[in-house]
Ligand binder design. Structure first.
Ligand SMILES: [Zn+2]
Ligand SMILES: [Zn+2]
Length: 216
């Protein structure tokens, strides 16, 4: 097969040199220091740790090969990258086995465009490899607002809601002591992931961790 990133002949979806490039972008390899509390990689231990403070784990910054792989997967339907991206979640979550993965769903238009729900696919691969459960808890709708302010502005707002079909299973898994880990691809403003966190907290009274491939 061919490396999806550089196009060279390769035994894996990403050739060894592209894989090394991707690993070198991770916070884990870029940062020498570790948080005193949770031992996550941090730029400088004098700054507040993003995991202890915001409950957000991220693999690396949204740049270089990491952002390219996410774009290829998300916008160009390169499904072959799913195991590669799932392995980044696995790197961050190993060795935890007390977790329940909860993917942020694709918007309905995105799903139509790609033909699959990109985060649900990553969650299912990660869940299988880590031997932990995953549950699809949310639906996403897109609402578009049109305002006339001299010119037409279009505002898109992504709106999450609990779809309620898995509530009982979710409760059972909380009862046996699992922690929900919300999975998303990119954390920019964090609005969607925060919304998911708030919905789970309101409904079930649980604290979650947010785990993303990249922080923009
Ligand atoms: Zn390559
Ligand atoms: Zn920490």
């Amino acid at each position: 097969m061919w490396c999806v990133y550089c196009g060279r002949l390769s035994d894996a979806r990403l050739c060894p040199s592209c894989h090394a490039l991707l690993s070198s972008l991770s916070y884990a390899s870029a940062y020498d220091q570790r948080c005193n509390v949770c031992s996550a990689p941090v730029l400088d231990s004098v700054y507040p740790c993003p995991i202890c403070n915001e409950h957000v784990y991220a693999y690396g910054p949204y740049e270089g090969i990491l952002s390219s792989c996410i774009r290829l997967y998300k916008h160009q339907g390169q499904k072959a990258l799913a195991p590669v991206l799932a392995s980044l979640f696995e790197t961050m979550l190993i060795p935890r086995d007390d977790i329940l993965l909860v993917p942020i769903p694709s918007s309905s238009s995105g799903k139509r465009l790609r033909g699959f729900d990109q985060m649900a696919l990553l969650a299912s691969i990660t869940a299988k490899n880590l031997k932990v459960p995953y549950l699809r808890m949310f639906s996403q709708t897109e609402r578009q607002f049109y305002t006339l302010l001299g010119r037409t502005q279009r505002l898109e707002q992504h709106h999450l809601r609990l779809n309620d079909v898995n509530n009982d299973r979710f409760r059972r898994l909380m009862d046996v002591g699992l922690t929900p880990v919300i999975l998303d691809d990119i954390y920019t403003t964090g609005n969607t992931a925060r919304q998911a966190y708030a919905l789970l907290q309101q409904k079930f009274g649980v604290s979650c961790t947010i785990c993303v491939l990249s922080r923009a």
